[in-house]
Design a protein around this ligand. Structure first.
Ligand SMILES: Nc1ncnc2c1ncn2[C@@H]1O[C@H](COP(=O)(O)OP(=O)(O)O)[C@@H](O)[C@H]1O
Ligand SMILES: [Mg+2]
Length: 442
């Protein structure tokens, strides 16, 4: 168990397209002009200035859209990718230049990565055999006294093992090391309730069982850090929800520092002590789940962490705390007085989550009168989609969405009046996308 510190991490991959282009250009006719020869070596920057501190025993979720660099970051921590810049600390050890097996990290992948020719027991034991070998070596290099076995005992052990190899497992000869391995395999199997599967081969397991074996392999090694890369994405919805809570319970029990990568908002919200939201190789915000939801730092986080996404409505700020839109005007609470002074006369984006609209019976100045374009009734909740400012400058504005009670039956084409839950609104700068916070946090 350890605190993990990522310090100013950068990672670029060589730009394959450019080098391919350079290669074809070199055999092209000499009269052809090359357009961007200087860019060939720059590469694709995938991680940019990542700074993240994960506390000892913390469950940190790294969430972001596909392609934003999550797996690359995890692989870099595990030692499977070389860094372009920055430092990775596990506890007080700088691990940048250590090979993966010396980092004391266990990684669980999306595709399980089990060995098809080994049964469950040996799949779990495999990494363990290597870990224990490394631990022995480290102990010896640290000068810890582990009595080396006399040659003759070692020979005898090997002979006994070879002679009993084909017998049922219980009758086989096990060395001290093998007995320790067995203990750890069985303990992990018990935790994950896969004790009955130990003799099976991966092809005889369901997706959920395979995933638990992959977890078992990581747990048995008792590492200082777990890295999990979308471990549930190959499971169906019900199993995903079950395994999700199982992983959380397991992590609380083991108290092993964990970095869990996902693109799934629900996993992010329900699993982590804290969430780091990532986009295009950069961390956008690090905070506990509800803080991310209630106080997103920018438009990206606001829209990514919520489904349906937060509505962003362009408004103009006038006379103190009045937000003006062609179809409504909203006076925000006095908590905003100070902050909004420097934005007078400017355009801002008003952020409203779908659940922060309410159907109102009155047409008031601060209500939106809308025509329902689409209705999605899911049974437990209903979403309506509507357009604003159809004839205004914003003609091709995308749909906005509001969540309403499933008891309220609404038809497409119907005109209804929506009020805004005022103390739940968000405001963002148009240019930077940054959130503007009220004077005191609401
Ligand atoms: N070995 C590689 N060579 C070149 N580009 C890569 C390599 N691995 C990943 N990338 C690129 O880095 C970006 C981030 O990838 P990845 O870390 O897998 O994203 P995520 O896990 O968030 O979906 C992607 O644009 C991907 O194409
Ligand atoms: Mg990935």
């Amino acid at each position: 168990m350890a605190k993990v510190t990522l310090e100013n991490i950068y990672k670029s991959f060589p730009n394959r397209n450019n080098s391919e282009r350079a290669a074809t250009q070199s055999i092209a006719k000499p009269t052809e002009k090359t357009s961007k020869p200087k860019q060939a070596n720059r590469g694709i920057s995938v991680l940019k200035a990542i700074n993240l501190e994960i506390q000892d025993g913390e469950f940190m979720v790294l969430v972001g859209p596909s392609g934003c660099g999550k797996s690359t970051l995890l692989r870099a921590i595990a030692g499977l990718e070389e860094l372009t810049g920055g430092n990775i600390w596990v506890g007080d050890r700088l691990v940048n230049n250590l090979p993966p097996k010396e980092r004391d990290i266990a990684m669980v992948f999306q595709n399980y990565a089990l060995y098809p020719h080994l049964n469950v027991y040996d799949n779990i034991a495999f990494g363990l055999r290597r870990t224990i070998a490394t631990e022995d070596k480290e102990d010896r290099s640290k000068g810890v006294k582990t009595k080396p076995l006399p040659k003759i005992v070692e020979l005898l052990e090997n002979l006994l093992r070879a002679m009993t190899r084909s017998l049922p497992r219980k009758m086989r000869y096990l060395s001290k090391k093998e007995r320790e391995i067995e203990l750890r395999v069985r303990e992990a199997a018990k935790l994950l309730q896969i004790e009955t599967l130990l003799e099976r081969y991966p092809k005889e397991l369901s997706g959920g069982q395979k995933q638990r074996v992959a977890l078992g392999r990581a747990i048995a090694r008792n590492p200082r850090l777990f890295l999990m890369d979308e471990p549930l994405s190959n499971l169906d919805a019900k199993l995903r929800a079950e395994t999700r809570s199982q992983i959380v319970k397991l992590q609380r029990h083991l108290e092993t520092t964990t970095i869990y990568v996902t693109h799934d908002r629900v996993e992010a919200m329900t699993m982590g002590d804290r969430i780091a939201v990532m986009n295009q190789g950069q961390i956008q915000q690090i905070a506990p789940p509800l803080e991310i939801y209630d106080r997103p730092a920018n438009i990206f986080v606001a829209q990514f962490m919520g489904s349906p996404a937060m509505n962003l409505i362009p408004v103009r700020l006038e006379r103190g705390i009045n937000l003006i839109h062609p179809q409504f005007r909203l006076t925000v609470s006095h908590d905003w007085n100070e902050t909004l002074k420097s934005y007078q006369g400017q355009s801002l984006l008003l952020g409203i989550r779908p659940e922060h609209f309410e159907i109102d019976s009155l047409k008031k100045e601060d209500n939106l009168v809308i025509k329902v374009e689409q209705v999605e009734a899911l049974g437990n909740e209903t979403y309506i989609a509507f357009n604003l400012d159809k004839n205004g400058p914003n003609r091709d504005a995308k749909y906005f969405q509001a969540k309403i009670s499933p008891d309220r039956l609404v038809q497409p084409g119907e005109e209804i009046c929506l009020s805004i839950v005022q103390d739940k609104i968000h405001l963002f700068e148009v240019e930077t996308g940054r959130a503007i916070s009220p004077d005191r946090a609401i």
